[in-house]
Design a protein around this ligand. Structure first.
Ligand code: COA
Length: 262
C-alpha cells in the first residue's frame, strides 16, 4: 500500500509489500532525463532509502522505453563548464549506494544515461525487446554518468570499448550473454520476474542485505585484505542483530524465519 509519498512530475512512485517502485515517466521524450528528472530520481531514491517499509527498490520505464538517455536538447544548449553543475554522476552514485537492493526492470530502450542508470542498479532484468547502448559517441560526447567505469566492470574492457566506440545498441540476448542482464523474459512476464526476485530478497533480513551490498560494492575497487577485513567487521555487526538470532533459531526449529530488520 502507498501512503504519504511525495508527488513527482517525471516519475511515479509506489510502495507495496516492502517493494518500492519508481517508474520514470516522461513519455513524450522517451523518458529522456532532463535536470528535473535527475533531481526527482535522486529525491525518490532518498525517500525510499529512508522508508523502513521498503526493502527492495524497482526502477522501470514506460511503454517501450526504460530511459532514452540524457535530454539531448539540454545537452545541445549547454556550455563546457555547465557539466560541473550537472548532478548525474552523483545521482547515479546514490542509486549505486542505495541502502536497499535496486532492480532495473528494462522494458525497452536503455540508452546513454538510461544504460548508466541500469548499470548503477544491482540487478538488471530485461524483456526480449530490450536494447541497451551507450550512443553518446554519435553526439560527439562520452558516457559521463559512470558508463566508462561501470560498463567495463560488468562486460569487460574489450566489449565496453566496442560498445562505446561504435555507439551500437545490443539486444537483450547479447546483453544476457555478456552478463549485462541477469535475466531476459518475454515482455509480458517482465514485471512478474522482477517482482519474483524482489519478493525473495524482501523476505531476507534487511540489515544483512544492506551489509552484503556494502561489502559487494567495495569488491571491485578494494584489495583483498581490506575487503576481507570489511567483510569480517560487517559480519560482527550482523552477529549482534535480532535477525541473526531469528534466522539461526528458525533453522534449528525447522521453520521459516521472520526477519524484522532489528
Ligand atoms: N533527449 C531528448 N529527446 C529525446 C531523446 C533524448 N535522449 N530520446 C528521444 N527523444 C524525443 C525525440 O526527439 C522525439 O521527440 P519529438 O516527438 O518532439 O520529435 C520523441 O522523444 C520520440 O522519439 P523518437 O526518436 O521519435 O522515437 P523512436 O521510437 O523512433 O526511437 C529511440 C526511440 C530511443 C531509439 C530514439 O529516440 C533515440 O535514439 N533517442 C536518443 C538516444 C540517445 O542518443 N541517448 C543518449 C543521450 S546522451
Amino acid at each position: 500500500m502507498t501512503t504519504n509519498l511525495k508527488e513527482y512530475s517525471n516519475l511515479r512512485l509506489s510502495i507495496e509489500n516492502f517493494i518500492g517502485k519508481i517508474q520514470i515517466y516522461r513519455p513524450e521524450k522517451r523518458n529522456a532525463m532532463d535536470p528535473q528528472s535527475w533531481a526527482e530520481l535522486d529525491c525518490a531514491v532518498a525517500e525510499l532509502n529512508d522508508n523502513d517499509g521498503v526493502r527492495v527498490i524497482v526502477i522501470t520505464g514506460h511503454e517501450k522505453t526504460f530511459v532514452a538517455g540524457a535530454d539531448i536538447q539540454w545537452i545541445h544548449d549547454r556550455k563546457p563548464l555547465d557539466i560541473y553543475g550537472l548532478a548525474v554522476q552523483d545521482v547515479l552514485l546514490n542509486v549505486y549506494n542505495s541502502n536497499k537492493p535496486v532492480i532495473a526492470v528494462i522494458n525497452g530502450y536503455a540508452l546513454g544515461g538510461g544504460c548508466e542508470l541500469a548499470l548503477a542498479c544491482d540487478i538488471r532484468v530485461g524483456c526480449e525487446t530490450a536494447q541497451l547502448g551507450q550512443p553518446e559517441i554519435n553526439l560527439g560526447i562520452l558516457p559521463a554518468g559512470g558508463g566508462t567505469q561501470h560498463l567495463t566492470r560488468i562486460v569487460g574492457l574489450a566489449k565496453a570499448k566496442e560498445m562505446i566506440f561504435t555507439g551500437d545498441f545490443i539486444d537483450a540476448e547479447e546483453a544476457h550473454r555478456l552478463g549485462l542482464l541477469n535475466h531476459v523474459v518475454p515482455n509480458d512476464e517482465l514485471m512478474d520476474k522482477a517482482y519474483e526476485i524482489a519478493r525473495k530478497i524482501a523476505k531476507k533480513s534487511p540489515i544483512a542485505v544492506q551489509m552484503v551490498k556494502i561489502a559487494l560494492n567495495q569488491s571491485p575497487t578494494t584489495d583483498l585484505p581490506s575487503g576481507l577485513a570489511l567483510e569480517k567487521s560487517l559480519q560482527a555487526v550482523l552477529f549482534s542483530t535480532k535477525d541473526k538470532k531469528e534466522g539461526t533459531k528458525a533453522f534449528l526449529e525447522k521453520r521459516k524465519p521472520i526477519f524484522k530488520g532489528e
